[in-house]
Write a protein that binds this ligand. Structure first.
Ligand SMILES: Nc1ncnc2c1ncn2[C@@H]1O[C@H](COP(=O)(O)OP(=O)(O)O)[C@@H](O)[C@H]1O
Ligand SMILES: O=C(O)[C@@H](CO)OP(=O)(O)O
Length: 363
């Protein structure tokens, strides 16, 4: 049986590359005869560069300003295969929430900025990239991309430097910049903002949106994805960029359609399989593609909270939670790599000789 293993990352516990390796290890221990293909995925957030780098390009590193100004080392990918060199940058490597080194607070929510992303864009331009794809998601920032614009020399200079360069905002979400479903209101709290800080961030970005409108010659704040990565999406749009789904960028760059089409079983996964999942993220894109091609899909997740009826309605053969095999959330998270491999082995063990799933949810 040909098995495609294509998970997203499992929150902070496993990168997509690590999750893919753990599933492959467990699965092949039980079914050594299966032909396994690993194709870890990303929606533009953490892991974006890693999963692309597993397929093509040249990984480059740069020391840039981190979310709070202390230097961080960030990797980005240079793809010089075609006539127009492409750079893939992951904002989470320069202003990631996981880089704060402690709990986010109202102070970090206000202070974190995207300067390092701008420095990576400069690196990409200096290397000769004429297409710059910025993966958005997992950021600590709510600065509307101001730090990036400043690192590029300010509004006028940034526009001049990016003239003739295709800028792509590869975003994980479609939220606008401002308002009740905007960057500060929806993603501010996970970055440490309390209600008063959310209001301050909203006010600050409302003013900044006027500068962005001046740069773009139109108001970009309502565009889909303008609110991704704390409004970094809006700044990329104001610089003449266009928005695409990060999951689609990865799918296309890694020929996911070809991989799915040649598989007998698709395995995907993520940290928490819940009602959010089926709205356009990596897992739903994969399960949708597999269902369309009549190929069964199995989902592995840290936790599964989606009702069984919805799982079945999405055409998913089985969804299995690490917590069920680990016995507790604590063990599932602390020993994620091992426990995920155990879970994969357990499911592979019981995978019928006729390659049919028993459809049972849970381990
Ligand atoms: N190994 C694990 N075991 C149990 N739960 C996990 C594990 N890894 C991640 N999670 C849960 O998944 C959540 C992250 O969900 P995920 O779907 O990966 O990200 P997002 O919702 O940001 O797209 C974490 O907050 C945590 O609750
Ligand atoms: O960085 C952010 O502001 C958000 C939205 O882009 O990311 P995530 O979806 O990972 O919470």
């Amino acid at each position: 049986m040909r098995v495609l293993i294509a998970p997203d990352s499992f929150g902070d516990t496993l990168s997509a590359v690590a999750a893919s390796a753990a599933i492959a290890r467990g699965w092949s221990a039980a079914r050594p005869g299966d032909d396994i293909r690993s194709a870890p995925q990303s929606d533009g957030g953490p892991g974006f560069v890693d999963v692309l780098a597993a397929r093509f390009g040249e990984v480059r590193t740069a020391t840039v300003s981190g979310p709070l100004g202390a230097a961080v080392t960030a990797s980005w990918l240079f793809d010089g295969r075609g006539s127009s060199p492409v750079a893939y940058i992951e904002c989470a490597q320069a202003c990631g929430l996981h880089q704060l080194g402690g709990r986010p607070t109202p102070r970090t929510a206000l202070a974190a900025d995207t300067t390092g992303v701008g420095q990576l864009v400069v690196e990409a331009l200096d290397a000769g990239a004429t297409r710059v794809v910025v993966g958005l998601g997992g950021s600590a920032t709510t600065d509307g991309g101001r730090g990036m614009v400043d690192a590029l020399g300010g509004p006028q200079e940034a526009i001049r430097r990016l003239a003739g360069v295709e800028v792509v905002a590869a975003s994980d979400v479609e939220n606008p910049l401002l308002g009740p479903v905007g960057a500060a209101a929806v993603f501010g709290p996970q970055k440490g903002a309390d209600p008063a800080t959310v209001d301050r961030l909203e006010e600050r970005m409302t003013q900044w949106a006027r500068v962005l409108a001046g740069m773009a010659g139109r108001d970009v704040s309502g565009d889909e994805g303008a609110g991704a990565a704390g409004g970094l999406g809006a700044a990329l749009l104001a610089l003449g960029g266009h928005r695409v789904s990060g999951a689609t960028v990865v799918a296309e760059a890694t020929d996911r359609a070809g991989d799915v089409g040649s598989a007998d079983l698709v395995i995907t996964g993520e940290g928490r399989f819940d009602s959010q999942t089926l709205r356009g993220k990596v897992v739903s894109a994969l399960t949708g593609a597999a269902a369309g091609a009549g190929i069964p899909t199995v989902v592995f997740a840290g936790q599964v909270t989606l009702p069984a009826a919805e799982i079945a309605a999405a055409g998913i053969a089985g969804a299995y939670a690490i917590v069920d095999i680990a016995g507790s959330v604590e063990v599932a998270m602390a020993d994620a790599d091992n426990q995920l491999a155990r879970l994969a082995r357990h499911v592979a063990d019981s995978w019928g000789a006729d390659d049919e799933s028993d459809g049972v949810r849970g381990a």
